[in-house]
Design a protein around this ligand. Structure first.
Ligand code: PXP
Length: 248
């Protein structure tokens, strides 16, 4: 795979959301993950939330068994999640902030204020061989703190850019995009691998995909929604096409 290849991590959380609406066994997130793999996903992302509102512990067990591509395990920095991650040793763990009352991950992690705590928290995960990624806003202070605590990867939160674009606040979208661009370059200059994600759609993905420092995008909600209309394989293929086109 070329150096310029931008990896696509497909987040399958919301297949589990639909399953859990009825409490049964379908649609099966593992089946979606295998299909996503075949459709060209370079990795699968799943967020085991404290309240288990979508992905379950059994889903994580299953994903670890069936996947041929890396699992990016999203988790809050809690002792329970650390135990689960250390038991499975997924390829990557992405530490995200989590509030019970939020509908989705609303902001980036406050690394600068919790530096010591987080440094201790991620050390065993790194020792276990997991690539540790920290989900943060495009903010220099947070990037510097993520670097200091020993994270290898940062994932930049693209939600503010995507929301502004979707709501027609174009000046704000342009400012958010500029921050993402500057902070991708800054993080890369520190030696951090740069990922990005949250809220990305066919309309918003290309400007972010074009940043040469960004190595991976994690995309879920839009793709799972679009798959209702197109099917999962074509929905992913179109995202892949747009990402590749932006990279040319
Ligand atoms: N990256 C991280 C760290 C996330 O928490 C999420 C949402 O779970 C995503 C990417 C994917 O966001 P979306 O589902 O909006 O594409």
């Amino acid at each position: 795979m070329s150096d310029n290849h931008l990896r696509l991590g497909v987040n399958i959380d919301h297949v589990a959301t639909v399953r859990n609406a009825r409490g049964g066994s379908y649609p099966d997130p593992l089946r979606a993950a295998k299909l996503a793999e075949e459709a060209g996903a370079d990795g699968i992302t799943a967020h085991l939330r404290e309240d288990r509102r979508h992905i379950s512990d059994a889903d994580i067990d299953g994903l670890m068994e069936v996947l041929s591509v890396p699992l990016n395990f999203e988790m809050a920095a809690t002792p329970e999640m650390q135990r689960i991650a250390l038991r499975h040793k997924p390829h990557a763990v992405c530490i995200v902030p989590e509030k019970r009352e939020e509908r989705t991950t609303e902001g980036g992690l406050e690394v600068a204020r919790e530096e010591n705590k987080l440094a201790h928290y991620i050390a065993p995960l790194r020792e276990a061989g997991c690539r540790v990624s920290i989900f943060i806003a495009a903010d220099q202070r947070q990037i510097e703190a993520a670097h200091r605590i020993g994270a290898e990867v940062i994932e930049l939160h693209t939600g503010a850019y995507c929301d502004a674009q979707a709501e027609g606040r174009m000046d704000e979208a342009a400012r958010e995009l500029e921050s993402l661009r500057e902070m991708s370059a800054f993080a890369h200059s520190l030696g951090l691998e740069v990922h990005a994600g949250h809220g990305l759609t066919y309309d918003t993905v290309q400007p972010v995909a074009a940043f040469p420092e960004v190595r991976e995008l994690n995309i879920g909600h839009f793709l799972i929604g679009e798959s209702i209309f197109l099917g999962l394989t074509p929905a992913i293929a179109e995202m892949r096409r747009l990402m590749d086109e932006a990279r040319l």
